[in-house]
Design a protein around this ligand. Structure first.
Ligand SMILES: [Zn+2]
Ligand SMILES: [Zn+2]
Length: 158
């Protein structure tokens, strides 16, 4: 599915949303301007807190719903963090997977899909129609490794 170019500006995102039949209400606009332009992953709760500081009238449900809408039109990509909780990153459309740093949450997206062949085999062997899959890869980024050079510390504090 092709969308009209990278949806990086508020204006082009509004166009994408309109194209999918979503109205740009003013609460959605607040969420939109809060998330766009971020180059780091973020959680819905982070956005709830920031939106609340800007516009106390915008509720948590609206933030969650808006983020899901933005993910559904490929403006955001939803992925799972190492702790299993979902997070979002502003991303270009398309099928992609993510390498996530378990410490700081930084994300590297990669477009090559190592699961394609497995999915084809599974579909053939089981006669399932397969709609999609998720794959996240977890590790520790160079910055975090440099800051924690002691070997063998693999457990997270939670
Ligand atoms: Zn890191
Ligand atoms: Zn894939």
């Amino acid at each position: 599915m092709e969308h009209s170019g990278p949806a990086s500006s508020s204006q082009s995102v509004s166009a994408v949303l309109a194209e999918h039949g979503y109205r740009i209400t003013s609460p959605r606009q607040v969420v939109l301007s809060t998330v766009l332009g971020r180059d780091r992953p973020f959680t819905a709760e982070q956005i709830v807190a920031e939106v609340k500081a800007l516009e106390p009238g915008v509720g948590r449900a609206t933030v969650y719903r808006t983020l899901e809408i933005l993910a559904s039109v490929d403006v955001l990509t939803r992925f799972l963090q190492a702790d299993g909780h979902p997070a979002y990153i502003v991303g270009t459309p398309g099928h992609r997977h993510h390498l996530v740093c378990s410490d700081c949450g930084s994300v590297v997206a990669f477009t090559s899909c190592p699961v394609d062949e497995l999915v084809r085999d599974l579909s053939r062997d089981t006669d399932f129609t397969i709609d999609g899959h998720l794959l996240e890869v977890f590790g520790r980024c160079p910055t975090c490794r440099a800051g924690q050079s002691s070997a063998g510390a693999t457990s997270l504090p939670n």
